[in-house]
Structures are given as structure tokens and as C-alpha cells.
Write a protein that binds this ligand. Structure first.
Ligand code: HEC
Ligand code: HEC
Ligand code: HEC
Ligand code: HEC
Ligand code: HEC
Length: 236
């Protein structure tokens, strides 16, 4: 093959690939359109496949789900109790938080089965009758090294439960507890959204989320020099 032939071959190849160079050549255009279409189709297919994998399948693999020991209807109970949320979630005299209710908050009404709800029957027969506390799973549970104080936020900071917990207190049913298989964290802490996007203030409660709100509100950021504040606001 002569050098000229080779050069010709290369140039036809270029022509075929670059319709812009020969906008009037219909054959070249059609050929290119076909290949481009297939590539686009593959691209879309690949994109959809990875989105399904990333948004649907991966989160299911990443989080293990556990049912609460019994279901609990907040809406129903909020109407029955006298002091709203504080009937079950209240501050003790020393300012510490009685977060998860004990049987003592339920017993007045549930010594016997009131209705025909199977969850109530389970609660009365398996827990109340045996004097066994319900092993509730706490969605907001932080690791032991973290110090959190409800009184600082709810009383001093005047913050609403919803800001950090979302609408659990207004729900008719307890959602599954989801634990991250790699880190062990609850999904409410680690982040509801796989992409890390935070739509609501309660979507995630990692260290950076606590710190971001503290920074915004100028909470005791402390100083490295004095050793007070700083890390020790939240780690004791
Ligand atoms: C009759 C008792 C009762 C009342 C009244 C009540 N709760 Fe609850 N609450 C519970 C029980 C039981 C749970 C389940 C415990 C758990 O989630 O670990 C719970 C769980 C929660 C949780 C989830 C905590 C976590 O991270 O797991 C939040 C938030 C909450 N309640 C907020 C509220 C708010 C807000 C109100 C008032 C509008 C309210 N509750 C009224 C009994 C009650
Ligand atoms: C003021 C009275 C009162 C208190 C306090 C109370 N309950 Fe109830 N609870 C009721 C009544 C009334 C029903 C409706 C009975 C039915 O239809 O089965 C009910 C229903 C239930 C049911 C079945 C419906 C559901 O929520 O899934 C469960 C489970 C239950 N209660 C658990 C608890 C627990 C746990 C506590 C304590 C943290 C508690 N209750 C405190 C009155 C009360
Ligand atoms: C500034 C954020 C914030 C606010 C506001 C807040 N909580 Fe919490 N809550 C948390 C965190 C963080 C935990 C986990 C604490 C831990 O694991 O040490 C928690 C834990 C709980 C628990 C589980 C029990 C416990 O003590 O560990 C309950 C129940 C609860 N909160 C209810 C409420 C209710 C009801 C309100 C409103 C009156 C409220 N919280 C307001 C952040 C908040
Ligand atoms: C949405 C805002 C917000 C979020 C989220 C938040 N905090 Fe706070 N926090 C505050 C404010 C405001 C105060 C100061 C309240 C006051 O004293 O008036 C505070 C105070 C505190 C204090 C007491 C500080 C002191 O010097 O006495 C501790 C401890 C604390 N936060 C820990 C945490 C931890 C841990 C988290 C995350 C799990 C968290 N906070 C998330 C707003 C927030
Ligand atoms: C505003 C509260 C806050 C402050 C201030 C804070 N932390 Fe944290 N830290 C947390 C929370 C909440 C967690 C648990 C959630 C997480 O891992 O993001 C955590 C987790 C950690 C962990 C991981 C522990 C584990 O068991 O996985 C380390 C390490 C840590 N913090 C170090 C520090 C150091 C060092 C500083 C000071 C420069 C600091 N933190 C300041 C709230 C805080």
C-alpha cells in the first residue's frame, strides 16, 4: 500500500466520523446518527441501571431492618393522655431526660386489654403482665462517646422535637429501625439520603450536623487554648 493510499484511507475514516467536515454528505450523516443513537441508548440504559443500583438496591443492602418489639400509635395516644408528649417523654427533677417511656407510663391504662388491637394484646400479655420493659429501639441513638443533653436544646434552646427527630411524635405507626451494616449507626444518624443530600434538618445527625447548628447559633465553641468547650462540649 502506497503512502498516498494510506493517507486516503485515513481521510475517508475521518470523513465518516466527522459529519461536520462534510455536512452535505447524507450517507456519512446517517451512519453517524445511527452509531450515536446506539451510544445514547447504552448511556441511558447504563445510567438508569446505576441509578437503580445506587438508589434502590444499594441502600437495601447497606441497611438491615429491625421491627420494633411492638408497634405504637402516637396519634391515638396523644389524644388520650393529659400532658401531651410530656406524659411519656419528660424531664426528671434533676434535669435529665426520661426519653423512652417505661411501663410505669402505660400501666394505668393497660393493666388489661382495652380493645381488640393485636399490638395492644401483645403489649399487655408479653410485657405488662410479666413486668418486662419493652426493649424499644431508639432511632436517634448516638454512640456512647457522645454527650447529648435534651434540656439544653428543648428548654434553654427552645427547640422543637421535630427539628431533630422529624414527625415520629405525630405518626400512627413506628417505622422499622434501620442499622448501617458497615458503621452500625442508626439510619436516622447516618443519613436517610444515600447521596448525602439533606432536605430536612432531621435527615441526618452526624458530628458535622450538630456542629453546623452550634456554629450558626454560636454555642460554646470553646477554645483549644483553655481546653474548655471544643470537643468536650459533646465528648466527655
Ligand atoms: C403514651 C406515651 C407517649 C406519648 C404521649 C408520646 N410518645 Fe413519643 N414515644 C412513645 C413510645 C412508646 C416510643 C417508642 C420508643 C422508641 O422509639 O424507641 C416513642 C418514641 C418517640 C420518638 C422517637 C425516639 C427515637 O429516636 O427512637 C419521638 C421523637 C417521640 N416519641 C416524640 C413524641 C412527641 C413529639 C410526642 C407528643 C406530640 C410524643 N412522642 C408523645 C410514647 C409516647
Ligand atoms: C391514657 C391512657 C393510655 C396510656 C397512658 C397508654 N395507652 Fe396505649 N392505648 C390506650 C387506649 C385507650 C388504646 C386503644 C385500645 C384499643 O383499641 O386496642 C391504646 C392502644 C395501645 C396499643 C395498640 C395500638 C397501637 O398503638 O399500636 C398499644 C401497642 C399501646 N396502647 C401501647 C401503649 C404503651 C407502650 C404505653 C406507654 C408508653 C401506652 N400504651 C400508654 C390508652 C393508653
Ligand atoms: C437538638 C436535637 C434534638 C431535639 C430538639 C430533641 N431531641 Fe430527642 N434526641 C436527640 C438525640 C441526639 C438523641 C440521642 C441521644 C443519645 O443517644 O445519647 C435523642 C433521643 C431521644 C429519645 C430516646 C431516648 C433517649 O433519651 O435517649 C427520645 C424519646 C427523644 N429524644 C424524644 C424527644 C422529644 C419528645 C423532643 C421534644 C420535646 C426531643 N427529643 C427533642 C436530639 C434531639
Ligand atoms: C438545630 C440546632 C442544633 C442541633 C442540630 C444540635 N444542637 Fe446542641 N445546642 C444547640 C443550641 C442552640 C444550644 C445552646 C442552648 C442554650 O444553652 O441556649 C446547644 C447546646 C448543646 C450542648 C450544651 C452546651 C453547653 O455548653 O452547655 C450540648 C452538649 C449539645 N448542644 C450537644 C449536641 C449534640 C451532641 C448534637 C448532635 C447530636 C447537637 N447538640 C445538635 C443547637 C443544636
Ligand atoms: C457539636 C457536638 C460535637 C463536637 C463539638 C465534637 N463532636 Fe465528635 N462526634 C459528635 C457526634 C454526634 C458523633 C457521632 C456521630 C458521628 O460519628 O458523626 C461524634 C463522633 C466522633 C468520633 C467518632 C467516634 C466513633 O465512635 O465512631 C470521633 C473520633 C470524634 N467525634 C472526635 C471529635 C473531636 C476530636 C472533636 C473536637 C475537634 C469533636 N469530636 C467535637 C459530636 C461532636
Amino acid at each position: 500500500m502506497s503512502t498516498e493510499d494510506k493517507a486516503n484511507e485515513v481521510s475517508t475514516e475521518i470523513q465518516g466520523k466527522d459529519p461536520a467536515a462534510h455536512p452535505t454528505d447524507p450517507e456519512a450523516q446517517e451512519k453517524d446518527g445511527g452509531a450515536g443513537g446506539t451510544i445514547t441508548l447504552f448511556f441511558i440504559f447504563g445510567l438508569v441501571a446505576s441509578l437503580v443500583l445506587g438508589w434502590v438496591i444499594f441502600p437495601q443492602l447497606l441497611y438491615s431492618k429491625k421491627k420494633q418489639p411492638i408497634d405504637f400509635n402516637h396519634v391515638l395516644h396523644n389524644e388520650l393522655v393529659e400532658e401531651s408528649c410530656e406524659s411519656c417523654h419528660f424531664f426528671r427533677e434533676d434535669g435529665t431526660y426520661h426519653g423512652v417511656p417505661k411501663l410505669a407510663q402505660c400501666i394505668d391504662c393497660h393493666e388489661e386489654v382495652n380493645g381488640d388491637d393485636p399490638e395492644e394484646e401483645k403489649f399487655v400479655t408479653q410485657y405488662v403482665a410479666k413486668g418486662r420493659e419493652v426493649p424499644w429501639l431508639v432511632y436517634a441513638r448516638q454512640p456512647d462517646c457522645v454527650f447529648f443533653s435534651h434540656i439544653a436544646h428543648v428548654k434553654m434552646g427552645q427547640m422543637e422535637c421535630v427539628t431533630c427527630h422529624g414527625y415520629i411524635g405525630e405518626s400512627e405507626s413506628l417505622k422499622d429501625y434501620e442499622a448501617n451494616r458497615i458503621t452500625g449507626y442508626s439510619r436516622d444518624i447516618w443519613g436517610k439520603n444515600i447521596a448525602g443530600i439533606k432536605w430536612n434538618s432531621w435527615d441526618r445527625m452526624k458530628m458535622d450536623d450538630c456542629a453546623a447548628c452550634h456554629k450558626k447559633n454560636n454555642v460554646n465553641l470553646g477554645s483549644v487554648q483553655t481546653g474548655r468547650g471544643g470537643c468536650f462540649v459533646c465528648h466527655h
